[in-house]
Design a protein around this ligand. Structure first.
Ligand code: 3PG
Length: 385
């Protein structure tokens, strides 16, 4: 069973020790994932704990450690700026540690006044992070008295600071992780109907699990982007040079969608120009209206992936119209996630249209596909002594 940090009783809390190792996910261009976990940081501070924050960014390669200092990695993969950003957000100092000399870090953390906050550099500079190395987990564990996972977005990865760490410290789910499990769990186990699934994005291949899980459960599936083009092509429509799937394994999953009358592919498309001539880049106005009508009737709405090439305003209209329609339906529980979609919604001030925005991209898709996430599973496992 998962122990939720917020639900621990006073006796457990008193016995936790002074230092929390807090796993967060700062792997976004903007700071919305950081903002989502501020309640957890505040909560730990109210408990009087010192916090050692660990995170990753990107998938670093090419660099190495020189006397414990990461060198030769791309500058934008370091987390120093995140320490400054977080400090500004919570109006408290956040001390960035630019090396991985564990004994030194331990001494610094233990010597600091209670309530201090530290941020280590990108854990993926260490080869053991991605390989779920127990030695690295043990070093991380030596810095703290208990562990809190508030990094839902990376909980689908068996990384040392997500999975192996739970073998060495009493482990808890943070406040945001608890919200994620609650909201995503709700649409998995007891969604109100009609349930409308909106699927977009360039590729259908990363959503096959969600399609398999929800094809029968959803009352309507509304398609845009690459999935729509692929289904239209399977229905015999000429989609010209539009992005679509050709992998036979992917087409096998999409074929039942193409035959299913509750699956709506676009009735009209917005075509590109110039080099993108002959490519469908957005759903058309008629489709937006039809999708809007379906959304208005829904009681649960799950949206994954933009419906057009949203980087260009000319092809963002369909996604904007659908987001507005979701916002107008006050009776439905609506959720979305994924870095690109969330940044787009924030940019257009449409994020408030949703009941819940997941901080996860791949993690949300895995959860919605019914897969077990290693980071969440690890929180339920008994710790080895
Ligand atoms: C994400 O942004 O989806 C997470 O941080 C996981 O990143 P990864 O796909 O590089 O493991």
């Amino acid at each position: 069973m998962i122990t939720y940090l917020q639900k621990t009783g006073p006796r457990v809390r008193a016995g936790l020790g002074d230092v929390a190792l807090l796993r967060l996910d700062f792997n976004t261009k903007d700071d919305w994932r950081m903002m989502a976990v501020i309640p957890t940081i505040t909560y730990l501070l109210q408990m009087g704990k010192t916090i050692v924050i660990v995170s990753h960014r990107g998938r670093p390669s090419g660099g190495s450690l020189t006397k414990g200092v990461p060198t030769g990695f791309s500058a934008d993969l370091h987390l120093k700026r995140d320490a400054a950003k977080l400090a500004a957000r919570i109006t408290r100092p956040v001390r960035f540690i630019d090396h991985f000399r564990w004994d030194e870090i331990r001494a610094t953390v233990r010597g600091a006044p209670r309530g201090s906050i530290f941020l280590l550099d990108n854990l993926r500079f260490l080869p053991g992070e991605a390989t779920n190395d127990r030695g690295l987990a043990r070093s991380l564990a030596s810095l703290a008295d208990f562990y809190v996972n508030d990094a839902f977005a990376v909980s689908h990865r068996a990384n040392a600071s997500v999975v192996a760490i739970t073998e060495f410290l009493p482990s808890y789910a943070g406040l945001e992780l608890a919200r994620e499990i609650g909201a995503l769990g709700k649409v998995m186990t007891r969604p109100a109907h009609p349930l409308v699934l909106v699927l977009g994005g360039a590729k259908a291949s990363d959503k096959l699990g969600v399609i398999a899980r929800f094809r029968r459960r959803a009352d309507r599936v509304l398609l845009g982007g690459g999935s729509a083009n692929s289904v239209l092509a399977l229905r015999g429509v000429d989609v010209r040079r539009s992005l679509r799937e050709s992998d036979p394994a992917v087409l096998r999953v999409l074929r039942p969608l193409a035959r299913d009358p509750k699956v709506l592919a676009p009735e009209d498309l917005v075509w590109g120009s110039g080099a993108r001539k002959d490519m469908a880049l957005d759903i058309g106005p008629k489709t937006s209206r039809r999708f809007g009508a379906e959304i208005a009737r829904a009681r649960t709405i799950i949206w994954s992936g933009p419906l057009g090439m949203i980087e260009k305003d000319a092809y963002a209209k369909g996604s904007i119209a659908v987001a507005h329609a979701i916002g107008r339906n006050r009776k439905a529980f609506s959720l979305t996630g994924g870095g690109e979609t969330v940044m787009f919604l924030k940019q257009h001030r449409l994020d408030k249209a949703f009941s819940f925005i997941s901080t996860g991209g791949g993690a949300m898709l895995d959860f919605l596909a019914g897969e077990k996430l290693p980071g969440i599973e690890a929180l339920s496992r008994k710790r080895r002594k």
